[in-house]
Design a protein around this ligand. Structure first.
Ligand code: NDP
Length: 400
């Protein structure tokens, strides 16, 4: 029987919810490209409840214990005395979410001799040293598409929030003010601006589609070109490199995975190629950007705003400069963990576990690494290597 260690974020400070703001979730059957939503044989949770925190347990306990397995659920993941480190020695499967990632470094993998599978309950497996996983023959899987549209909605919210200066204006209301000039001195219309996405995969393409009605010029940069019919439908301009895209765009949004090729793609040098006063939105991964270069670009005015929900490491320590830099619209990593998204990735995680334990193949679209090499979606979107360096910094986070 297997031991499964599941690392989840803490429950709300007010305790695990007893009631919810809404009674149901819309019923979806397929994602925009036709891929079906997760299809586990059964689920033991109520969609729309908080599944991603420790007490929610991704709805897995009944299923796993009912089949004789051991489930350990914890939020303690960083530092030498973490529960994760204590439990790793005989774990067969580690599950975590990118919002509160169990950084599966080569050292941790080496300390887990029985480890066979690492599951990302969500999308983005850069918190796992994929190179080390390949070398050990560990399967890495994620729930592709489960929250791509959730993130795209967050991107749209953040673009509008920055361009229209929403958060500072809201803050004036909260302070009892009516300071219209203070609010509008940095407020613009999005209409007519040029907006570009770095990567037009599931999230990037959705962002482009959501933006079309705003009357903006749409641009994308990707290694592979979108079908001509999509380029025509959205009137897209394709760029082969970041410099060409950033030179013409008022708003740039990052939607590519983090892997050694994309790490720090936005740095002091590449930022010089942006239009002065550009807005940058990053809901993909914090390490795509050089932390200090972003803060400096906001100070100097090279960037008019930066927003996103991804940091490095996670959780970000109290003195992380992105908490205090000017003109930012940061949230903690939440865009892909709405209650709607949680229902999908909890079901997807269950589907992956059912396949694993029943000896059925895991969907190709969920595979990142298998049999010692990049596989499935991973072979398309990732490159080999390790992007977890520096993750030990997460241990500096103190709960507020
Ligand atoms: P997809 O795999 O659908 O899309 C990724 C795209 O990135 C692909 O089109 C790929 O191109 C492209 N890409 C890869 N490398 C490069 C590169 N060097 N330059 C330009 N484009 C590149 O993934 P999703 O859209 O679903 O998700 C994207 C990322 O967003 C995830 O990897 C994750 O890091 C992040 N994410 C964040 C979430 C959050 O909660 N904030 C939730 C979900 C995802 P090609 O196909 O041509 O190889």
């Amino acid at each position: 029987m297997a031991k499964i260690v599941c690392v989840l974020y803490d429950d709300p400070v007010t305790g695990y919810p007893k009631t919810y703001a809404r009674d149901d979730l819309p019923h979806l059957e397929r994602y925009p490209d036709g891929q079906t939503l997760p299809t586990p044989r059964y689920i033991d949770f109520v969609p729309g409840t908080l599944l991603g925190s420790v007490s929610g347990e991704l709805g897995l306990r009944k299923y796993l214990e009912g089949n004789g397995h051991q489930l350990v659920v914890t939020s303690s993941k960083d530092g030498a005395n973490s529960v994760l480190d204590r439990e790793l020695h005989d774990a067969e499967i580690v599950i975590s979410q990118p919002f509160w990632p169990a950084y599966m470094t080569a050292e941790r993998i080496a300390r887990a001799p029985k480890l066979k599978m690492i599951v990302t309950a969500g999308i983005g497996s850069d918190h796992t040293d994929l190179q080390a996983a390949m070398e050990r023959g560990i399967t890495v899987a994620e729930v592709t598409y489960c929250n791509s549209n959730s993130v795209a909605e967050h991107v749209l919210m953040m673009i509008l929030g920055l361009v229209r200066n929403y958060i500072p204006s809201y803050n004036w209301v909260m302070k009892g003010g009516w300071n219209i000039a203070d609010c509008v001195a940095r407020s613009y219309d999005l209409e007519g601006m040029q907006v570009g996405t770095v990567a037009a995969g599931r999230i990037g393409l959705r962002v482009l589609r959501l933006l079309k009605p705003f009357g903006v010029g749409l641009h994308y940069m990707d290694r592979h070109r979108l079908p001509e019919s999509v380029e025509q439908e959205l009137n897209l301009t394709h760029h082969t490199n970041l410099a060409s895209l950033s030179k013409v765009c008022d708003v740039v949004t990052l939607n590519c995975p983090l892997h050694p090729e994309t790490e720090h793609m936005i740095n002091a040098d590449t930022l010089k190629g942006f239009k002065r006063g550009a807005y940058l939105i990053n809901t993909a991964r914090g390490k795509l950007c050089d932390r200090d270069a972003i803060a400096a670009a906001l100070e100097s005015g090279q960037l008019a705003g930066y927003a996103g929900d991804v940091w490095f490491p996670q959780p970000a320590p109290a003195d992380h400069p992105w908490r205090s830099m000017p003109h930012h619209g940061m949230t903690p990593h939440i865009s892909g963990t709405s209650l709607s998204a949680q229902a999908r990735y909890a079901a997807g995680t269950r589907e992956i576990l059912e396949c694993y334990f029943e000896g059925r193949p895991i969907r190709n679209e969920y595979l990142i690494v298998q049999k010692g090499e990049l596989a499935g979606v991973g072979a398309h979107s990732y490159s080999a290597g390790n992007a977890t360096k520096g993750s030990e910094e997460a241990a500096r986070y103190k709960k507020q």
